[in-house]
Design a protein around this ligand. Structure first.
Ligand SMILES: Cc1cc2nc3c(=O)[nH]c(=O)nc-3n(C[C@H](O)[C@H](O)[C@H](O)COP(=O)(O)OP(=O)(O)OC[C@H]3O[C@@H](n4cnc5c(N)ncnc54)[C@H](O)[C@@H]3O)c2cc1C
Ligand code: SF4
Length: 330
């Protein structure tokens, strides 16, 4: 690990000014991803600006009836918050499905959104990787890719986004707030992550030097009946091989409102728009849920060793929607 400078910021404007336009400086949240990448030589910042003492550690109700979550709220605090558990249970479940208790006590909301892919070639600096070194190639396409993308990938990169939390936030139309030297800005999560295309090294639409200040959840009555289900290779302490965040509102046997997002299938959390279209206004039931999953997964383009994810995701969507419908009927 090479030597680096360290500064602690005490207010938002100061943090943004300390980072400035210096491409060699990084914000430090919990450090649970950044420091690992520094040890591996993937990240080589000259300076870190520690943002953990910024006054961004609150979860508050908004006047509209949603929730505003500060960027330095830890994953542990987020999952334990009574209003998150009551109004957006899938979000609490998604956070608890990730990492370990110790890591969740360090990891922050802002850092979780910006964590990097777990593709083994990305973290191995002896290998080419378009995301790490643009133009160097993507060995995963013809190599190890059993946990890589089936949706929205390109020949330049087939990695998946690792966050569980971001999948639930995507289902609930969360909006990211940020601050730059030119003033504040907001990005709906659906626009926050960029399509992979030919530029896998450009992952988000955040302007250079932006500090994430928080995430706002709009009021979503359907979210009270929501669930996050994660499939992984070990029972704990493992990233998803596929996940679903869903909310369902059924009245008189008809789907009135639905939110559906898929995880570990694309370079970003995948909002299942085609499936939601099939579900909305349709009679609730296994046939409808299966038709919705199929509508979404017709766009899947699996690689030779990850075709299992198509079946897995279909079954997962049907299972989660069925469970939510049963719960709503009780
Ligand atoms: C063993 C292990 C298992 C894990 N398992 C899971 C899992 O199953 N599911 C899951 O979702 N995650 C998992 N994680 C990832 C973990 O959730 C992330 O490492 C964590 O959320 C990152 O948060 P952080 O605050 O530590 O970020 P940091 O490491 O501090 O930062 C990550 C990146 O975000 C930037 N950054 C941080 N905060 C801000 C901000 N406010 N504004 C702008 N930029 C910012 C940093 O500069 C850096 O580039 C695991 C991690 C480990 C080590
Ligand atoms: S899938 Fe993406 S992250 Fe993995 S080697 Fe290819 S370019 Fe790099």
């Amino acid at each position: 690990m090479r030597e680096f400078g360290y500064q602690r910021a005490s207010d938002v404007a100061g943090a943004v000014a300390l980072l400035g336009a210096d491409p060699d400086t990084r914000f430090l949240g919990g450090g649970t991803n950044l420091v690992d990448l520094m040890k591996a030589g993937v990240e080589r910042p000259a300076r870190l600006v520690d943002i953990r003492e910024l006054p961004l550690d609150q979860i508050e109700s908004t006047p509209q009836g949603g929730l505003r979550i500060g960027a330095t709220v830890t994953n542990g605090e987020l999952a334990a918050h009574p209003e998150v558990r009551r109004r957006y249970p899938a979000l609490a479940q998604a956070v608890l499905a990730g990492a370990s208790g110790q890591l969740r006590n360090m990891a922050t909301v802002g850092g979780n959104l910006l964590q990097r892919t777990r593709c083994g070639y990305f973290t191995d600096v002896t290998k080419p990787c378009n995301k790490r070194v643009p133009g160097s190639g993507c060995p995963a396409v013809g190599g190890e890719h059993h946990n890589h993308a089936i949706l929205g990938a390109s020949e330049h990169c087939v990695a998946v986004h690792p966050s569980d939390m971001a999948v639930a936030l995507t289902a609930f139309d969360a909006v990211v707030s940020y601050e730059t030297a030119d003033g504040p800005g907001r990005l709906p999560l659906g626009e926050f992550y960029l399509p992979v295309g030919g530029t896998p090294h450009r992952e988000t639409a955040l302007p250079p030097g932006a500090l994430i200040t928080g995430v706002t959840l709009p009021p979503t009555p359907a979210a009270a009946n929501s669930r996050y289900r994660k499939v992984r290779e070990r029972a704990s302490y493992a990233f998803a091989v596929g996940s679903v965040a869903a909310a369902l509102d059924i009245r008189d046997g008809v789907v009135r409102d639905v939110r559906l997002a898929l995880g570990a299938v694309a370079s970003r959390p995948w909002r299942a728009v085609a499936a939601e279209r099939v579900l909305t206004g349709a009679p609730a039931g296994a046939d409808t849920y299966a038709a919705a999953a199929d509508a979404e997964l017709t766009a899947a383009r699996p690689l030779p060793h990850n075709g299992y994810k198509v079946t897995l995701m279909r079954n997962l969507v049907v299972a989660v929607l069925t469970e939510l419908a049963e719960e709503a009927a009780r």
